[in-house]
Design a binder for this molecule. Structure first.
Ligand SMILES: *Cc1c(COP(=O)(O)O)cnc(C)c1O
Length: 424
C-alpha cells in the first residue's frame, strides 16, 4: 500500500489562508527549504521569488539564524513579558531604536503585522484620550491600503476586495487617495477630530506593489503635525531593506509617531512584530492610576527565541550589506525584464524599488484588473511549472526575493516573469 499523499491528508483537515478551496489547485507539499529554494515532496525545487510572503530576508535556513534560534531555545524558550524581562528583548529593542528613524524611543512587541497595527491604532487613540482629546476618533487611511486581517487592521484597510461583507463590524475610516491635496482636504474637513493618518510608505504591497513618491510621505508627516494627528507608518512589508533603505521612511527623511514592523524582522524564521513609538506617547499613559495603562498584550509577546533570531538577522543585515544586495537584485531583475519586454503592449507598467520588481499586465479583454482577476491562478501555475514560486496580486506579477539570490537566479526570475507576461 502506498502512503497517502500529504495533499490528500491536507485536503481533509486544513483550511488555508486566502484560498478558495472550491477551485484552487492543491497546495504545494514543501519538504524543506535552503537558501533561495524550496524542496517539494516529489523532489521538485522551486525558486522562492516572493520570499515566502515577504518574510525571508537572507534565504531559508541561514546557519547563523538557525544557530541563534537553537541557542536561545536551550537558554530561555519563553517567559511571560508582563512583570518580567530578558536580554534578547532588551537588546533587540536597543538595536531597533538605534536603526529606526531618530525620535522613536519605545518598543511594544507583538506577533504579526496585523497586531502591530492594532497596537498602533489603540495607542494613538488612547494617547489622545489621555491628552484630553477623546473627540479624536477619526482615522485617515489610503485607498487600496492593506494593514492586516484583524478587525482594527481590516477597518483601516481598503474594504475592496476583501472586507466589504464585514463592513457592519468595522469602525468608520476616512479613505483618501494617495494625493497631498486630498489628504489636506480630509484633514481640514475633520479638523480637531483626526487621531492618526496611516501610510504604507513608498510601496503599498498588497494593493499590487503600488509606488508613491517620498514627497507624499513627507507631506503626510507635515500635514499630521499641522493638524495634531499622529502618523502611523506601516512598514510591515517595506521594512528591513525592501525598498532600497533599511526603512522606507528614511527616503522621505521623516520619523513617524508609530512604526509598525513584522514580516522580515526575524529574517522570516519565526513570528515576531513590534510597534515603535515616541517617548511622549509612552508618557501619556504614565500615571499613579493603574487603570490608565495600555490594555494590550499577547501571550507570546517578546518571545525570546524570536528576539534572538531577530538580533541575528539584524547582525547579518549589516555584515552582508543586505540592503545594497536587495537593491542590486531588484535592479538586475528589472533590467532583465526591460530587455525582454521593451515595447510589449501586454505590459501596462514595469517598476522597481529596492528589491521589489513589479509588472502590471493588461488583463484579457472585458476583464477588470484587480486581485480577483481570472488570469491570476493561471499565472501562478505557469510560474510553478517553470520552477519559480510567484504569487501574482491579480494582474500584477512581482518579485520580492531573499538577498541570497545569485545573478543566475535573478535572470531565471526575469526570464520566467517575461514568459508569463507573454502567455496566451
Ligand atoms: C502583511 C502585511 C500586514 C499584515 O501582516 P500579518 O503578519 O499578515 O498579520 C500589515 N501591513 C502590511 C503593509 C502588510 O504587508
Amino acid at each position: 500500500m502506498t502512503p497517502e499523499s500529504l495533499s490528500a491528508r491536507d485536503a481533509r483537515c486544513i483550511w488555508h489562508p486566502y484560498t478558495q478551496h472550491g477551485i484552487e489547485a492543491e497546495p504545494l507539499a514543501v519538504r524543506a527549504a535552503a537558501g533561495s529554494e524550496l524542496e517539494l515532496e516529489d523532489g521538485r525545487r522551486l525558486l522562492d521569488a516572493i520570499a515566502s510572503w515577504w518574510t525571508c530576508l537572507h534565504g531559508h535556513g541561514h546557519p547563523k539564524l538557525v544557530a541563534a534560534l537553537a541557542h536561545q531555545a536551550r537558554t530561555l524558550d519563553h517567559v511571560l513579558f508582563a512583570g518580567a524581562t530578558h536580554e534578547p528583548a532588551v537588546q533587540l529593542a536597543e538595536r531597533l531604536l538605534a536603526l529606526a528613524p531618530a525620535g522613536l524611543t519605545r518598543v511594544f512587541y507583538s506577533d504579526d503585522g496585523s497586531t502591530t497595527v492594532e497596537v498602533a491604532l489603540k495607542m494613538a487613540y488612547l494617547a489622545h484620550v489621555h491628552g484630553g482629546a477623546p473627540e479624536r476618533t477619526v482615522f485617515l487611511a489610503l485607498e487600496e491600503a492593506y494593514h492586516g486581517d484583524t478587525f482594527g487592521a481590516m477597518a483601516v484597510g481598503d474594504p475592496v476586495p476583501f472586507f466589504e461583507p464585514l463592513a457592519p463590524f468595522l469602525f468608520e475610516v476616512q479613505r483618501v487617495p494617495v494625493d497631498a491635496g486630498a489628504l489636506d482636504a480630509a484633514l481640514a474637513e475633520h479638523a480637531g477630530r483626526v487621531a492618526a493618518v496611516l501610510v504604507e510608505p513608498l510601496v503599498q504591497g498588497a494593493a499590487g506593489m503600488r509606488f508613491h513618491a517620498p514627497a507624499f510621505v513627507r507631506h503626510a508627516r507635515a500635514a499630521c503635525d499641522a493638524h495634531g494627528a499622529y502618523m502611523i507608518a506601516d512598514e510591515v512589508m517595506t521594512g528591513f531593506g525592501r525598498t532600497g533603505t533599511l526603512f522606507a521612511c528614511e527616503q522621505a527623511g521623516i520619523t513617524p509617531d508609530f512604526l509598525c514592523i513584522a514580516k522580515a524582522l526575524t529574517g522570516g524564521t519565526v513570528a515576531l512584530a513590534a510597534t515603535l513609538t515616541r517617548e511622549a506617547v509612552y508618557e501619556a499613559f504614565l500615571s499613579s492610576d493603574r487603570s490608565r495603562f495600555f490594555p494590550h498584550g499577547h501571550t507570546m509577546t517578546a518571545n525570546p527565541i524570536g528576539c534572538a533570531v531577530a538580533l541575528a538577522s539584524l547582525a547579518l543585515l549589516e555584515e552582508e550589506d543586505t540592503v545594497a544586495r536587495l537593491n542590486a537584485i531588484g535592479q538586475r531583475i528589472h533590467a532583465g525584464l526591460v530587455e525582454r519586454l521593451d515595447g510589449e503592449r501586454r505590459v501596462r507598467d514595469l517598476r522597481q524599488r529596492g528589491g521589489i520588481v513589479a509588472l502590471d499586465l493588461v488583463p484579457p479583454a472585458g476583464e477588470a484588473p484587480g486581485y480577483l482577476a481570472t488570469m491570476t491562478p493561471r499565472l501562478r501555475a505557469a510560474a510553478i511549472e517553470r520552477g519559480v514560486l510567484l504569487r501574482p496580486l491579480g494582474n500584477v506579477l512581482y518579485a520580492l526575493p531573499p538577498a541570497c539570490l545569485t545573478d543566475v537566479e535573478c535572470d531565471r526570475i526575469s526570464t520566467v516573469m517575461a514568459e508569463l507576461a507573454l502567455l496566451d
